[in-house]
Design a protein around this ligand. Structure first.
Ligand code: PGA
Length: 240
């Protein structure tokens, strides 16, 4: 894993925007694996600005998001589909039919997961996968567990994750307890991975990801097996 030490969140966002712009210049029809949460908000803002300045073109880009809360409709402001529309999609020239997020309304887990894996396969895999990291070391919603998952699956969110995500909801009881997430296998098959980590509450997970043993108890540790991972982390996330 390659580690790039950044001063702060702003520098992470700036560097990530430069890297994504370069990716889309090099391969206009890239398939991007996208993430939600606080980590990529600054990056998406910069991409919107770059698009407005004519510096980046999404007309041939395809996107697959990592995860979605089970039970939330796309128009629910807490859904990850809604997040993506607000933070990126509706501001740039991406074709809506080229954007994919797991279907949170599909009640049948088998169908939801099989359909999403088929989408990723049909797109020919992921060129660049963007990731945040949970305080418990999760990637996507792959929570600490006794095994690494491969394909898309339904997870019960850990208490730690529900607590971390309740800041996006009015009440804790509103945080969904289940989600569909891409598996660690699909993430690892991406050709290139960019992980963003900011803030002191990530320091323990980041350290374990970079230097700890590879274990499903710390899902991000599996990234040590990938040959092309760039970690953009700020001083706080590096415990400095
Ligand atoms: P955050 O979440 O970007 O909101 O900190 C990251 C994650 O949980 O994967």
């Amino acid at each position: 894993m390659q580690l790039c030490r950044c001063r702060n969140y702003e520098e992470i966002s700036q560097r990530a925007a430069e890297l994504l712009t370069a990716q889309l210049t090099w391969k206009k029809d890239s398939t991007l694996g996208l993430a939600t949460g606080g980590s990529p908000v600054g990056l998406y803002r910069k991409l919107r600005e770059r698009f407005a300045e004519g510096l980046v073109d999404f007309s041939e880009v395809k996107t697959v998001n990592l995860d979605e809360y089970r039970g939330l409709a796309p128009e629910n402001p807490q859904s990850y589909r809604y997040f993506m529309e607000e933070n990126l999609f509706r501001h740039v020239n991406i074709h809506p039919e080229n954007t994919y997020v797991p279907n949170g309304l599909e009640k049948d887990t088998e169908t939801a997961c099989r359909n999403y894996d088929a989408v990723i396969q049909r797109l020919g895999g992921i060129d660049l996968q963007l990731l945040g990291i949970g305080r418990n070391g999760h990637i996507g919603f792959n929570e600490p567990s006794d095994h690494f998952s491969s394909g898309t699956h339904c997870v019960k969110l850990s208490e730690n994750t529900i607590e971390a995500n309740q800041r996006f909801f009015e009440r804790r009881e509103e945080v969904p307890t289940e989600a569909y997430t891409m598996g660690c296998g699909a993430i690892l098959r991406a050709r290139r991975i960019l992980l963003l980590a900011s803030g002191r509450d990530k320091a323990e997970a980041v350290h374990a990801m970079l230097y700890g043993t590879i274990t499903p108890q710390l899902p991000a540790s599996i990234l040590q097996l990938h040959e092309n991972v760039l970690v953009l982390a700020d001083e706080e996330a590096l415990g400095q």
